[in-house]
Design a protein around this ligand. Structure first.
Ligand code: PNW
Length: 485
């Protein structure tokens, strides 16, 4: 494929990390290999009603078996880092602190990480990217219970003891906000609990996302304490959390819309970021969520405060925010958890915020990313690691091979977003840019219908991998943008 690559707008420092991300359940397959236990995503996605194409992650991209081929391809892309997650139920099949550790799972991930390092790729390792061991969900309803904290800390300790010599960059949790809302409010993701859709037989779970969020934060704080006090935080090593933050731009310049946008930012990101960086829920989050928001004790505030060495940011898009035209009904939980606001992509004059993409919720709005980076650095003062950023081209799901490789829309998205980092390089310290995703994969409730990869995976022909045009473009663009050591 011929690709025109213009010179980047400026230089990033030589130690800037660049690469792609994936998550265990989305790529590994091999659900029974080497003594793996069941996770809530096995259970959830094996019900065909739960995914767009009725398919589960049982096969995914078969990356558990094909890791050598995948790493070779990654190396050919010139990346310097790879963000992946560990499958908790491969390491402790039943999940808990009194359950046996699985040596085969540990051996596998050690072999895998060593292969990355041997190829010059820095492992960026996430402990929990949503695939909770099913046994813990069954035992005490997973993150609904405080019992999860000790079990999660124990799992983290097993990982630190076995992999810390190979990992400099640890991530505790991927997107606690998305896990709490999708899994315990909308019910569109595992464990599929929802007050609106009543997927779970237990029925009402209206307080659940608040409790789940709280237990995710406490788990993160306890793991950070173990990491620091347990002697794992050696020079050059870091541990943090990853939060998904989209930018909320006021719909118009009325006071009402400014307040609505602030409320949106408060409950989508501040809910998690404020405790982690400042020690408690923010006053605005307390006000917007109301009396049901759990309270931290003074000891817990100390535990979660300043518990992340960096701001791990997953960012995809920007919305226009206004107050809803009509009263939000009590059952519309998501709305309430979004700060009693309405999101739209259309300005008052009818123009749209960005071109339509292949999924309804993500449109390219690079200027929103720039505003967000400034906002996050001003509020939290931490180095920022972009741990996910990506898009799907319009029609990408239905295009045949080889046309599907011509993803110019993704190229523009990546270039425009990277250019914001370059533009801010003297004012906002961004240390890494990790795109979502290394390859097309199991996109949760969308099944295999949504292709976020820079690598096309042919699900009809033995999962063969083909670099899309964006992969080729990014290799050259980032190669030029990052200064040589
Ligand atoms: C992330 N939003 O989730 C996840 O970390 C990935 O596993 C996933 O495949 C990827 O994004 C693409 O969806 C998100 O509503 C879920 O803005 C929701 C949003 C963003 C990211």
């Amino acid at each position: 494929i011929a690709v025109q690559v213009p010179p980047p707008a400026g230089q990033l420092p030589a130690d800037f990390l660049w690469g792609y991300a994936t998550a265990a359940y989305q790529i590994e397959g091999s659900p029974e290999a080497d003594g793996r236990g069941l996770s809530i995503w096995d259970t959830f996605s094996r019900d065909p009603a739960h995914t767009e194409d009725g398919k589960s992650g049982d096969i995914a991209t078969d990356s558990y078996a094909r890791y050598e081929e995948d790493i070779a391809l990654m190396k050919s892309y010139g990346v310097t880092a790879y963000r992946f997650s560990l499958s908790w139920s491969r390491i402790i099949p039943l999940g808990g602190k009194n359950d046996p550790v699985n040596p085969a799972g540990i051996a596998y991930y050690r072999k895998f990480m060593k292969a990355l390092i041997a190829n010059g790729i820095e492992p960026m390792c996430t402990l929990f990217h949503w695939d909770l061991p099913q046994a813990l969900q069954d035992r005490y309803t997973g993150f609904c219970s405080r019992d999860i904290i000790e079990d999660f800390v124990n799992y983290a300790k097993v990982c630190f003891d076995n992999f810390n010599d190979l990992v400099n960059l640890w991530i505790t949790i991927n997107e606690p906000n998305v896990y709490a809302l999708m899994g315990h409010c909308l019910g569109t993701q595992a464990p599929g609990r929802s007050s609106d859709r009543k997927i779970s037989p237990e029925g009402d779970s209206s307080l659940e996302p608040l409790i789940v969020g709280h237990n995710l934060l406490l788990s993160h704080g306890a793991i950070a304490k173990l990491y620091r006090e347990g002697g794992y935080k050696l020079p050059g090593k870091k541990l943090g959390i990853v939060i998904n933050v989209n930018w909320g731009e006021p719909y118009d310049d009325t006071e009402e819309s400014l307040e609505a946008a602030a409320d949106f930012m408060s409950v989508t990101s501040e809910w998690y970021a404020h405790p982690v960086y400042c020690g408690d829920y923010s006053e605005r989050t307390k006000r917007v969520i109301g009396a049901n928001l759990p309270k931290f004790t003074p000891e817990e505030i100390e535990l979660v405060k300043d518990s992340s060495d960096f701001f791990g940011l997953n960012h995809y898009t920007t919305y226009l925010i206004r107050r809803p035209s009509s009263e939000i009904s009590g059952s519309n939980m998501l709305m309430r958890f979004m700060g009693n606001v309405e999101t739209t992509v259309t300005y008052p004059d009818g123009t749209e915020i960005g071109p339509k993409a292949g999924l309804s919720w993500v449109r390219p709005v690079p200027w929103g990313f720039k505003k967000l980076l400034k906002y996050l650095y001003k509020n939290y003062g931490k180095d920022i690691y972009i741990t996910e950023n990506g898009v799907i081209c319009p029609n990408e799901g239905s295009l045949p091979y080889p046309e599907i490789l011509e993803d110019d829309y993704r190229i523009s998205y990546f270039r425009d977003y990277v250019d914001q980092i370059i533009a801010l390089k003297d004012s906002v310290p961004v240390k890494a840019y990790i795109g979502w995703s290394f390859l097309d994969n199991f996109e949760w409730q969308e099944g295999y219908t949504a292709r976020f990869g820079v690598t096309y995976v042919d699900y009809e022909d033995n999962l063969k991998r083909y670099p899309k045009k964006s992969a080729i473009y990014m290799t050259e663009y980032m190669g030029k943008a990052i200064a040589k050591a």
